[in-house]
Design a protein around this ligand. Structure first.
Ligand SMILES: Cc1cc2nc3c(=O)[nH]c(=O)nc-3n(C[C@H](O)[C@H](O)[C@H](O)COP(=O)(O)OP(=O)(O)OC[C@H]3O[C@@H](n4cnc5c(N)ncnc54)[C@H](O)[C@@H]3O)c2cc1C
Length: 366
């Protein structure tokens, strides 16, 4: 009852004047409408891909080229990932790349073949429902209560400190952390080179009935001239809005902690974002009646060359702490959508509660 089903389309916006809209995912139907020369190159390059080039690929760039050929790689898998991740595709590992790049016959939905829905009133009510269930099952939730320290002794957690609480932890208690793994490891007294890419999300409340083109729910931008990588208009996905005369744009800006964008004053960067959305032709400044921004520092784990060795080291430190398990997007250092995170959490809970040889608890606390 909290969700509303829908089918969502995406476009990649390119061109000097932000006026070239390419359907994404790729399809032969869309490619057939590309200029003749580009189309011919794409077909020739795909036909020339040798069967072993994927296995030989040593980085993201080579892996993608082994899937799509050079032209499609340069159109869709170079500027955009570099903007999103903030590093060159040459420095990204091959296992960072999508394992398959589907080229559908017909123009395809963004999540082709999958059930898709949005929260009728956004994502918040879904989490409020979960919170109610936790409280109804005698669980406690402490909001706005930052964890500051984890005390250990002889390889076991003894105390978890928050800004205003000290929680004693017994030897047979179970501690499941969904903190970013870098924060967890620091609280255990270690350091790590693992890094995340963050996202600033700007919400522009606009006095307009609709903004995005009719057949697009997400617009992706790879241009260096604008800070954002993606714009969404939740109203077009049937998320409720307070007034039919107004709509909201959500604008995602990838950043790295401490970089130029991160250091900008909120007022200054918000003004620039509004100017950039005007520049790409979606709104005029006077349409915006309110603007807010949230900053998430730990979103996309950076899978640079050599990260997996460092991740294994960090996981072994966590593995050595008797009651501790690290789960979730930041906790496992692996970007995944919510449904995957939840499915993994259900599996984990099951393996924690069953009492046989596949019980995770049995493995950690023999
Ligand atoms: C812009 C954006 C769009 C997305 N869109 C979608 C989508 O459309 N569909 C989808 O399924 N998924 C989407 N995702 C992914 C989704 O948000 C994640 O899969 C999900 O939030 C991961 O849940 P998590 O609990 O593992 O991590 P998080 O949600 O990141 O939770 C970790 C929590 O730890 C808290 N924390 C950190 N440090 C401390 C501390 N010291 N003390 C206490 N708490 C702390 C953080 O505040 C945070 O609340 C999107 C993500 C982003 C950033």
């Amino acid at each position: 009852d909290l969700l509303i089903e829908g089918k969502y389309w995406a476009k990649n916006v390119q061109g000097k004047n932000f006026d070239k809209f390419y359907d994404y995912p790729l399809s032969w139907e869309s490619i057939s409408k590309y200029p003749k020369e580009i189309k011919t190159n794409i077909i020739n390059e795909i036909n020339a891909i040798s069967p072993d080039s994927k296995a030989k690929a040593s980085n993201y760039e080579e892996y993608i080229e082994a899937l799509t050929g050079k032209t499609l790689r340069k159109m869709f898998f170079e500027r955009y990932p570099e903007k999103l991740w903030g590093i060159s595709v040459k420095d990204m590992t091959a296992d960072w790349a999508p394992k398959r790049v589907n080229i559908f016959d017909k123009k395809a939905l963004f999540f082709e073949g999958q059930w898709t829905a949005v929260g009728k009133n956004g994502a918040g009510p879904v989490y409020e429902r979960i919170a109610d269930e936790i409280r109804n099952s005698s669980g406690d939730i402490y909001l706005e209560n930052q964890i500051t320290k984890i005390e250990t002794s002889n390889g076991a957690i003894t105390e978890i400190c928050t800004v205003d609480k000290k929680i004693q932890v017994g030897n047979t208690d179970v501690v499941v952390s969904s903190l970013p793994i870098v924060s967890l490891i620091r609280m255990l007294g270690h350091s790590t080179k693992l890094k995340y890419r963050g996202v600033m999300i700007f919400y522009l409340d606009c006095m307009k009935k609709r903004i995005l083109p009719k057949d697009a729910h997400w617009l992706y931008y790879d241009s260096k001239e604008v800070y954002f990588s993606r714009i969404t208009e939740p109203k077009q996905m049937k998320v409720n809005v307070p007034s039919s005369e107004k709509t909201l744009l959500t604008i995602e800006v990838p950043f790295t902690v401490g970089n130029e964008l991160d250091k900008k004053d909120i007022g200054e960067i918000t003004k620039e974002i509004i100017e950039q959305v005007e520049k790409i032709g979606l709104i005029t400044k006077s349409d915006v009646v309110d603007a807010t921004m949230v900053k998430e520092k730990f979103v996309y784990p950076l899978q640079y060359q050599g990260y997996s060795k460092e991740l294994a080291r960090v996981n072994s430190i966590i593995g050595d702490v008797k009651q501790l398990y690290s789960l979730g997007l930041g906790g496992e250092f692996n970007y995944a959508d919510t449904q995957i995170i939840f499915e993994k959490a259900f599996d984990f809970a099951k393996s924690l509660t069953i009492d046989d040889d596949v019980s995770i608890r049995g493995i950690k606390m023999p």
